[in-house]
Design a protein around this ligand. Structure first.
Ligand code: TXA
Ligand code: MG
Length: 326
């Protein structure tokens, strides 16, 4: 495929003609990356199995990983799910548009490839003017995982998408940096008790304040159905190690430097929302600078840091840190 064009848009007032062009690519079964309030998504017509198959090819994504379906408003949920229970309606009223994905029994119109063959579908209404304009003009629900190669860091800027997917997708809509910075909270409502599948910017406490108790323990089945729960995910190319506290950051940094390695460190700073907003952008940037190791201070074990801790733990999973390792 030729080089992928990047179309700049005003995030508050996107050019209608550009949105129409992007929507017509989607209608023609092509892939378009677009900004959301969390991270950039890689969109395809969710009702077109062949179009969604292209997402898996472009990302190198295993077919066992289901894709979230995006809608422009709550009314469109009927195109995506088979049921709309009271808890879902309450959550949507509080948190949509916003970074919350609800897993519900799927509408039979949603092809198998979207749900990875399962009977449930993840659905969310993003809080981003470009995303919602695109979905509305396309006139169909839009399947969209994060617009990165599988297992890698999610993109929070158009240039991250371009670096990962240039030549593999039809167009990229550039709406500037994403405000949220990490992926949506995923909540499974398909069983008797709501279950948190992925923590995110909508915290457990915020959800429980609206619908009461939520289960947090992943089931084995859930783990394979929701591969965002797999241990290594969201990872930079550079090996990343976690440190508890600034003293340990210092110690690891000295140890690694004594071994002749180039090391960059990230310390905890600011409030969780600000930290999350820039985390992936910083990791993308450090990745490009070719360090041998990244040492990242683990934020405190407090509920407000849960989503950031989750992503950092997955980014570090599998890094081998041994005294004599390269
Ligand atoms: O913020 C986000 O959620 C971004 C933007 C683009 O919306 N999307 C995103 O998609 O992060 P993705 O595919 O990178 O992650 C979706 C997560 C995965 O962990 C997937 O396994 C889970 O949601 N998921 C999707 N559908 C599911 C389902 N039916 N049952 C269980 N988990 C599901
Ligand atoms: Mg992803």
């Amino acid at each position: 495929m030729p080089a992928t064009p990047v179309w700049n848009l005003n995030p508050d007032d996107p050019n209608a003609e550009t949105i129409r062009q992007a929507a017509s690519l989607l209608a023609g079964g092509e892939l378009v990356a677009f900004p959301t309030e969390t991270v950039y998504g890689l969109g395809a017509n969710a009702l077109d199995a062949d179009a969604v198959a292209k997402i898996f090819i472009a990302k190198g994504r295993p077919s066992t990983n289901p894709v979230i379906v995006h809608i422009a408003d709550v009314d469109s949920v009927q195109m995506v799910t088979a049921t709309w229970p009271e808890v879902a309606a309450k959550l949507a009223e509080h948190f949509w548009p916003g970074p919350l994905t609800l897993v519900l029994p799927r509408n039979p119109r949603i092809p198998d490839i979207v749900t990875a063959g399962g009977e449930t579908v993840g659905v969310r209404c993003p809080d981003n003017i470009i995303a919602r304009a695109l979905i509305r003009v396309a006139g169909v629900p839009i399947a969209a995982p994060s617009a990165n190669r599988s297992m890698e860091l999610s993109p929070t800027r158009a240039e991250h998408v371009w670096n990962a997917l240039d030549g593999r997708i039809a167009a990229i809509l550039d709406g500037g940096p994403c405000r949220g910075g990490i992926e949506s909270t995923v909540l499974d409502l398909s069983e008797a008790k709501p279950r948190l599948l992925r923590p995110g910017l909508i915290s457990l406490a915020m959800l429980e304040a609206v619908i009461g108790e939520i289960s947090q323990s992943p089931t084995n089945e859930g783990r394979s159905r929701s591969p965002g729960q797999m241990e290594r995910h969201y990872a930079p190319h550079t090996p990343l190690v976690l440190a508890n506290g600034k003293a340990e950051v210092q110690r690891l940094q000295s140890e690694l430097r004594e071994r002749g390695l180039r090391v960059a460190c990230i310390n905890v700073s600011g409030i969780p929302a600000k930290y999350a907003e820039s985390l992936y952008a910083i990791l993308h940037e450090l990745d490009r600078e070719g360090y041998d190791f990244l040492v990242v201070e683990m934020p405190p074990d407090k509920p407000e840091w849960a989503a950031v801790r989750d992503r950092l733990t997955r980014a570090a999973a599998g890094t081998i840190y041994a005294k004599h390792a390269p």
